[in-house]
Ligand binder design. Structure first.
Ligand SMILES: [Zn+2]
Ligand SMILES: [Zn+2]
Length: 248
């Protein structure tokens, strides 16, 4: 029994980490900010991972996120802890996300460059189909109950870590650059680099989130590996700052 629960936690953690790499490299750095251009095969791999492990529609995610950057911690920010409190953003991030994601006008406004493809319409935009497929595979591999528990743990962990970037990484931590986001290396370890969120708001078009020596951005390692085999092209090698470094 204990071994089974340990297995479920281990598999769920690995699945969440795979989903986090796809989220930060594909949804965030490639689609939302165009900081990196990915090859067709890598795009297909990441798009499939997002469908199977998150149920997110990339166009909607990019729209919500671009709106967050346009109005960071102002009235129209979809998920601002400065306005709503970090606990509310942490616990209701999915509902806050949906308010914008389910509004076709806002999705069109912020993600007009990401039209729905035929494959999206018939397969990949059907979130429950992707998540159901993953749950079914886990049930076959691990047995019905352990499969369901593993899928549930993965979904809770993934959603909690995504919420933490919006809630905790706009509230606690270091702010070396002049913006309201924060850097938290422990969160960056768990989210493939997303925890270096102050750096990201400072240089949103940079494919690399680690800007100072000693900072670790696993998402950047993934991009570097993809670059080496010709599957990724970075927009600029030197980060371009949108907000300056704070003077001590
Ligand atoms: Zn932010
Ligand atoms: Zn961003």
């Amino acid at each position: 029994m204990v071994t089974n629960i340990a297995l479920a936690i281990g598999v769920a953690f690995v699945l969440t980490q795979i989903a986090n790499v796809a989220t930060t490299v594909y949804l965030h750095r490639a689609l939302a900010h165009r900081a990196v251009t990915l090859s067709r095969p890598l795009t297909v791999i990441f798009r499939t991972i997002i469908w199977l492990l998150t149920g997110i529609r990339p166009r909607q995610w990019a729209a919500v996120h671009r709106k967050h950057h346009a109005f960071t911690d102002e009235d129209q920010d979809p998920h601002s802890p400065a306005r709503l409190g970090w606990v509310r953003v942490q616990l209701t991030n999915v509902a806050l996300y949906r308010r914008v994601a389910r509004d076709p006008e806002q999705v069109q406004k912020y993600a007009r460059d990401l039209p729905q493809t035929t494959l999206d319409r018939y397969v990949l935009d059907h979130a429950l189909l992707g998540l159901g497929t993953t749950t079914a595979i886990l049930m076959v591999l691990l047995g019905p109950w352990l499969g369901i528990i593993t899928a549930g743990l993965h979904f809770v962990l993934y959603l909690s870590l995504s919420a933490a970037v919006n809630a905790i990484a706009h509230t606690f931590g270091e702010r070396p650059y002049e913006n309201s986001a924060t850097n938290l290396q422990w969160l960056a370890f768990l989210t493939s680099g997303e925890g270096l969120h102050n750096n990201h708001h400072a240089a949103p078009t940079s494919a690399r989130f680690s800007l100072d020596p000693g900072q670790i951005d696993p998402g950047w390692w993934t991009i570097r590996a993809a670059q080496r085999i010709g599957w990724a092209t970075v927009r600029h090698d030197t980060p371009i700052l949108a907000t300056p470094r704070r003077t001590p």
